[in-house]
Design a protein around this ligand. Structure first.
Ligand code: FAD
Length: 286
């Protein structure tokens, strides 16, 4: 099964995003997490690649391969290019081949000062390169509120179209907290000739600190309702976590009802979060 086929099955695809643990890789801890996530039967799981310059990229292929082989899951590796030469990309692809990985989310990547190369400046170049040199099925990122470094939303949509034209077969959105941003973006993307499916990426708010960090890093606007929620539970982290999961559950059910092509949950390696949000979708009939 390839990810683009999921959107034609008549059932809303539900996917998770996880990251390879940093530091010493404890395979036991990984298997415990993978087992719990697999029990939710997601349509696919994607594994980040050194997100935020965390330096855990060598574990992406191993974890992605393990999810496929040991848990029978469809899995996708992320791959970034901004800090890579062509030879680095070829080496990563070789690791993917060895692990049986056939799906890649092709990204530019976050900036790591002093590490940028001249081989790739944008994700569209990586997509074009991988399309020419490999048989991988490729996805890419999109930004309902515009990429944080792009001051002209129309240009951002031109660049999105470049990624589709280069061979991206589906998109996954950056997180956002206001569904209207996504619905407006979807209309504009369609007007720009975006025809491939768009999975909506949703991340629950689990703490005040994580909300500020996420929002600052990716430029997601914070609706007044979220500010009120965080304020209400400022002295009660447990209740804020529960309220954040409830907010995300409402968000994804509304997105599903609004005809989202797929729901991609940033579960942050937390099976209880995956369970709560997946159940919310199932209870709503998805
Ligand atoms: P691009 O599409 O290349 O866009 C980057 C910027 O360049 C934008 O401002 C765009 O407007 C501009 N641009 C694009 N093309 C052109 C052009 N031809 N000319 C001029 N300007 C152009 N990061 C990680 O490090 N690891 C991960 O695993 C990871 N996973 C992610 C998963 C998802 C779903 C998302 C949404 C993001 C993820 N990121 C990850 C973060 C991502 O790498 C950053 O947001 C990065 O800054 C942009 O990546 P991109 O692939 O969208 O880049």
């Amino acid at each position: 099964m390839k990810i683009p086929e999921l959107y034609r099955k008549g059932k809303l695809p539900i996917s998770y995003e996880i990251f390879p643990p940093k530091g010493e890789l404890s395979m036991d801890a990984l298997r415990t997490m993978a087992n719990a996530l697999a029990a939710e039967r997601p349509d696919y799981i994607s594994v980040t690649y050194s997100a935020g310059g965390s330096g855990n990229s060598d574990r992406t292929a191993v974890l992605t391969g393990m999810l496929q082989r040991e848990y029978g899951l469809l899995a996708m590796a992320h791959l970034t290019c901004r800090n890579s030469t062509r030879a680095d990309v070829d080496a990563a692809v070789q690791q993917f081949r060895e692990q049986g990985v056939t799906h890649v989310l092709a990204l530019r990547g976050d900036r790591v000062p002093g590490c940028e190369t001249q081989d790739f400046h944008y994700a569209s170049q990586l997509i074009e390169y991988l399309g020419r040199t490999t048989e991988l099925t490729l996805g890419a990122a999109c930004y309902p509120e515009g990429h944080v470094a792009c001051s002209d939303p129309a240009r951002d949509l031109d660049y999105l179209r470049q990624k589709q034209d280069a061979g991206a077969a589906f998109f996954i959105t950056q997180l956002f907290f206001d569904n209207d941003c996504f619905f407006r973006f979807r209309e504009k993307a369609a007007a720009h000739g975006i025809t491939v499916p768009i999975d909506v990426g949703v991340m629950p708010i689990l703490s005040r600190e994580s909300l500020i960090k996420m929002s600052f890093n990716c430029g997601a606007s914070i609706p007044a309702g979220v500010v009120r929620m965080v304020h209400k539970y400022q002295d009660d982290p447990e209740s804020l976590r529960a309220a954040g999961i409830e907010y995300a559950a409402r968000q994804i059910c509304e997105l599903a009802a609004g005809g989202a092509d797929g729901i991609h949950l940033y579960v942050m390696n937390k099976p209880d979060v995956a369970h709560a949000l997946t159940c919310a979708l199932h209870d709503a009939g998805y």
